[in-house]
Design a binder for this molecule. Structure first.
Ligand SMILES: [Fe+2]
Ligand SMILES: [Fe+2]
Length: 238
């Protein structure tokens, strides 16, 4: 278990590559666009919130010359989320989807390029490896919390699959306190809703996230059940 695998910069850049891969899939696989948009949306929002709350403030503090760039980065997050929201509302089979997707890809690529060439190098220079690893842990936890909040909201907005009465109640309780942009305001993660059983069925996004952490290959093409099978043994597969 290499320590460098959990530092904030490694985790952030790994997300960037994953988002780029999802963009590519979205361009070519029309049928899977709705699912890919949800996966990308969860990751983009969770990644951005975790950066804004824990990484950008550290950059502004440790490398004050980057304070303006950090502010600019937050504006770019807002812009990307505005376009993402537009993409979510667009018919996946339409020409318009392609043009909104182009716009989103352009905005995210531009932002990622600036982040990787200015913000993250400034952070790396200003703090040591130990702090980068601490930040990585905080980033990862915050990101996972946001992914759960996003999933809770998706559950609220779309018909839920069959599930036990208690689990359903737990999800609804948690979804009620969340919002897309303001999902950070969620009072408690979905799994800890009062009255919910100790174990609830993980969402596809949670399973996908686990599979991503385990390096499961072909995960983006897997169904929820396939993901559950792939992560249950903690094995890597192709
Ligand atoms: Fe980023
Ligand atoms: Fe960012």
């Amino acid at each position: 278990m290499a320590a460098t695998g959990t530092d904030a910069i490694t985790l952030i850049t790994r997300d960037h590559r994953e988002m780029e891969r999802l963009f590519e899939e979205m361009r070519t696989d029309v049928e899977r666009r709705p699912e890919l948009v949800r996966t990308l949306g969860a990751m983009l929002i969770a990644h951005s919130r975790a950066e804004e709350e824990h990484v950008y403030p550290e950059v502004a503090k440790a490398a004050p010359q980057e304070a303006d760039e950090v502010e600019h980065s937050k504006e770019e997050h807002e812009e990307a989320e505005r376009i993402l929201h537009q993409l979510e509302q667009t018919d996946p089979a339409s020409d318009e989807f392609e043009s909104v997707l182009d716009e989103l890809v352009g905005a995210v690529e531009h932002h990622v390029q600036e982040e990787e060439s200015e913000v993250l190098p400034a952070l790396a220079e200003a703090v040591g490896q130990k702090r980068l690893r601490e930040l990585g842990k905080i980033f990862k936890e915050r990101r996972a919390q946001e992914m759960t909040a996003y999933e809770a909201e998706s559950t609220r907005l779309t018909p839920a699959p069959r599930q036990s009465e208690e689990t359903a109640r737990g999800r609804r309780t948690s979804a009620a306190g969340s919002g897309r942009k303001g999902s950070t305001r969620q009072k408690e993660p979905a799994g800890s809703a009062k009255g919910a059983p100790a174990q609830r069925e993980p969402s596809r996004d949670e399973l996908y996230e686990k599979a991503r952490e385990l390096g499961v290959e072909g995960r983006s093409k897997m169904t929820k059940d396939e993901l559950a099978a792939a992560v249950s043994g903690g094995r890597r597969r192709r």
